[in-house]
Design a protein around this ligand. Structure first.
Ligand SMILES: *[C@@H]1O[C@H](CO)[C@@H](O)[C@H](O)[C@H]1NC(C)=O
Ligand SMILES: *[C@@H]1O[C@H](CO)[C@@H](O)[C@H](O)[C@H]1NC(C)=O
Length: 208
């Protein structure tokens, strides 16, 4: 555990006036290991950001919370640019995807529910996904503080997995459906270390 470096990172990011609830959820000692070997430059209070660069209707920066206790870290070796984000079929990602060819080499987008977060990430990894983004697909903001924790099954997940917050999942899926697209193009992560909060390009339907 390294509370002091963590604290200093927190103080730096505090100037961004991010929701104080994140302070609470990231002060627990068992979350500090998240920071080990992880590039702090890309992380704000433990969360990671990606941007959609296409379609233009979704061209915003999105916040995800890395899984705890399973999955590879979103560390400085993990950088993808211009890679398809593919909603898996079936949407809950609890079995190998029907659209396996699309998922392979790309980022899997998976709906929450029906099986554990870890199982979804594991199945995405087995399908060849480079990362898994798991999301609620509802209009509700209640799930904002969901933490994806290990379900204590034995299998190891070796790709990064993150929980997409708020109603982003709904907006992304609805927009792709409306445009009859099977994917969005993303960059993950985006480096927001020195980006002022008003330039973070958050989706208009979200408050961070
Ligand atoms: C990032 O994490 C991966 C998977 O755990 C690991 O193989 C790699 O060495 C890490 N890279 C850095 C720079 O820590
Ligand atoms: C993020 O940006 C900062 C400031 O430009 C830079 O110091 C840091 O190395 C960047 N991180 C990565 C992973 O590119």
């Amino acid at each position: 555990m390294k509370p002091l470096p963590y604290l200093s990172k927190y103080l730096v990011f505090n100037v961004l006036h991010l929701c104080s609830c994140f302070i609470l959820s990231y002060c627990g000692a068992n979350t500090l290991h998240l920071m080990d070997g992880t590039s702090t430059a890309e992380i704000i209070n433990g969360d990671v950001f990606f941007e959609i660069i296409e379609p233009s209707e979704l061209e915003y920066t999105y916040r995800i919370r890395p899984a705890k206790g399973f999955g590879a870290p979103f560390n400085s070796s993990f950088h993808i640019k211009n890679v398809p984000l593919i909603p898996v079929l079936p949407k809950n990602g609890c079995k190998p995807p029907d659209n396996l060819d699309d998922v392979e080499g790309n980022v899997a987008f998976i709906e929450r529910g029906d099986c554990s977060f870890k199982r979804k990430a594991l199945i995405a990894e087995q399908a060849g996904a480079r990362a898994a983004i798991i999301s609620d697909v509802t209009d509700s903001k209640d799930e904002y503080f969901i933490e994806m924790i290990d379900d204590h099954t034995i299998d190891e997940v070796n790709i990064p997995a993150g929980y997409l917050m708020g109603k982003n999942g709904l907006m992304i899926l609805n927009t792709l459906r409306r445009l009859r697209r099977t994917y969005a193009l993303i960059n993950l992560p985006v480096n927001l270390t020195y980006t002022p909060v008003h330039k973070m390009n958050q989706p208009p339907w979200m408050g961070w």
